[in-house]
Design a protein around this ligand. Sequence first.
Ligand code: ZN
Length: 474
Amino acid sequence: MVFGGVLSEKLGVKKKDFTEWFERVLFYSEIIDHRYPLKGVYVWRPFGMKLMKLLMDKMKKLMEKSGHEEAYFPLFSPISIFSKEAEFLKGFSGESLRVTRTGKRKLSEELVVRPTSETIMYYMFSLWIRSWRDLPLKIFQVVPIFRWETKMTKPLLRVREIVFFKEAHTAHETRQEADEQIKEAIKIYTEFFEWLGIPFILLKTPSWDTFAGAEYNYDFVTVLPDGKALELASVINLGQKFAKVFNIEFMDRNEEKRLVWQTCYGISERVLGAVVAIHGDDKGLVLPPDIAPVQVVVVPIPGKGVDEKIKKITSFLEGLRVVIDERDVRPGEKYYHWEAKGVPIRIEVGEKEVKKNFVTLARRDTGEKIKVEDSRIKKEIFRILSEIQKNISEKAKNGFAQFIKTAFSEEEAKKMIEKGGIVKIPWCGKDECGENLQEKLPGEALGFKDDEKPAEPCICGSESTTYLYFARCY
Ligand code: ZN
């Protein structure tokens, strides 16, 4: 760790050079180390692991509360299983890793290292599901997956080993129940992103870009400070495509054999990437208090009675994650260190504070310093923590709103997309028109909302039925 002014110079300026700032913050806050000699894979340091644990614990709670159960499925899939669904195979052919041998001999069957677990899980679903009584089946796991990208890799945002892939997979009796499940998944993810203060829009993916093997899917999309869009989560209705090829049948309530209806949805460490990118500043991380591995740091300014006072005030803070930084370095260096790690509140205690029965609190999000009487410390800390949560969410929301613009001509759209942010264009809803636009415009077609109706016509001249959203993407 580099301390003091040196550190803040090293992080750089977020607005000016986002990419460098982002990678430096991840490194100096000790979330990951990018120096491992393999492109696109990263070492997670203890601080990063703590962050992801707090984040995933919340997700697991939301999953379990809504009737999902955690399971574990193998990393390898025999190629015979993986290749059963043609579109799925095609969709992952380029970036899936294959294992063909050990050090000594060739394997009898090629193995696929999971790029996602549909085929692995659904083989087992076909063994488990017998009757309508076995439904709905709602399973999730948090595992690493591997997608050997050829595009430029970027820590947390575009990696080859996705370390924290939370994937949920469900099976249902009817099409209607699968549609309902999609709504539940959207509700869960909405709550999750709101909890993290990450603004997003929810878009239905255009049919030409739908997940391999799916009927339709929705994406949660946010924008990072450089104006590029980031897909945070996907919610996918698989219909009966996989049920057909894996023969996932059940005896229905009338004793008739039927195929199940399926959905799946996932998130990954990209979510933490968005938290870092959106809330952070030139001093480093700014964390929502709920996921801060350290919520309060106490920095002693050596003097008479300071240690005793710290003992007393930390006893008030039970239930919070508190660190007392007693290292033998200057207080100013300690401030930089904990600011880089995004600790929401710093408490300074010196002789002055001991004499007059107060402490000095510093807020990470605003930099504001507040004097608080000893008797009110507990109350004030909890109040400030919830205020920080509100403040950073609000700030992120305002920033996001400025990134969404509407264009009414191809020329205008081109210019806007190149400038950054998400640009929506009135659209007739026809595939060939959308694909044509996608070809002509920079960036990618992200999707559309189900409930928007522009007054202006589509660029092709026909009446528009919705807006098509475009952006340059991660
Ligand atoms: Zn059109």
